[in-house]
Design a protein around this ligand. Structure first.
Ligand SMILES: O=C(O)CCC(=O)C(=O)O
Ligand SMILES: [Fe+2]
Length: 211
């Protein structure tokens, strides 16, 4: 098993506190270059292999593969003890309880994930495995929406809701290896892949409660 922590050096205190501020105020924070290109390549190689071999498909989403940690011990290790866990713990202020690791692709213009929150408790990390921007369907966030839960409780990921003119909209343009950390109550979505360039993402979802 590769030593992820060794490969991806710890972040400086000033950077961590800037991220903590964004996470608290905006509901999300982007840690640029958090994972090395070697780790990104390893995640891609292993996730693509699982995708090729899968036999069960979600009827709703052709582009989301959950439960990577059950298919490959590499992902179990990354979900449970990757370098993102201590950072997320610092930002959340509670211990992240690992739920699942997923692979997101976006090959056709139809593969949209509509505005939603992930859960009422916990936090999420999403790692760009390719460079991503509005042209290939980057993640969008509504800044501060984690503080306005009731207002957005009607949203469902498989139901179209156009928030593209919302004043609090932020497009999370990211380069491969960048990681966004967000509160599970922050509204987010991803649009169509207009230009067809690869747009792969790796996500770990952590609940805040051990039910
Ligand atoms: O990558 C996407 O298209 C959606 C990501 C998302 O909803 C999530 O990571 O929770
Ligand atoms: Fe989500």
């Amino acid at each position: 098993m590769m030593n992820l922590a060794k490969q991806d050096p710890p972040m400086q205190e000033a950077k961590r506190s800037a991220l903590a501020h964004s996470f608290e105020e905006d509901g999300f924070a982007i840690a640029r270059g958090f994972f090395s290109q070697e780790t990104v390549a390893e995640i891609c190689r292993r996730a693509e292999k699982i995708l090729d071999q899968r036999t069960e498909f979600s009827p709703t989403y052709t582009n989301i593969t959950k439960g990577l940690e059950k298919a490959d011990g590499f992902f179990a290790q990354l979900l449970n003890a990757g370098p993102q866990v201590s950072l997320l713990q610092e930002l959340l202020g509670t211990r992240p309880i690992p739920a699942t690791a997923s692979f997101f692709t976006k090959n056709t213009t139809a593969e949209e994930v509509y505005p939603h929150i992930d859960s009422v408790y916990g936090g999420v990390i999403w790692v760009a495995l390719d460079d991503t921007n509005r042209d290939n369907g980057c993640i969008h966030f509504l800044r501060g929406s984690h503080r306005r839960q009731a207002e957005f409780s009607y949203l469902k990921p498989n139901q179209a809701n156009d928030l593209s003119d919302h004043p609090d909209l932020i497009e999370a343009s990211m380069n491969a290896g960048d990681m966004v950390l967000f509160q599970s109550t922050t509204v987010h979505w991803s649009g169509p892949n207009h230009n067809g360039t690869p747009r792969r993402g790796f996500n770990c979802f952590y609940t805040g409660k051990s039910e």
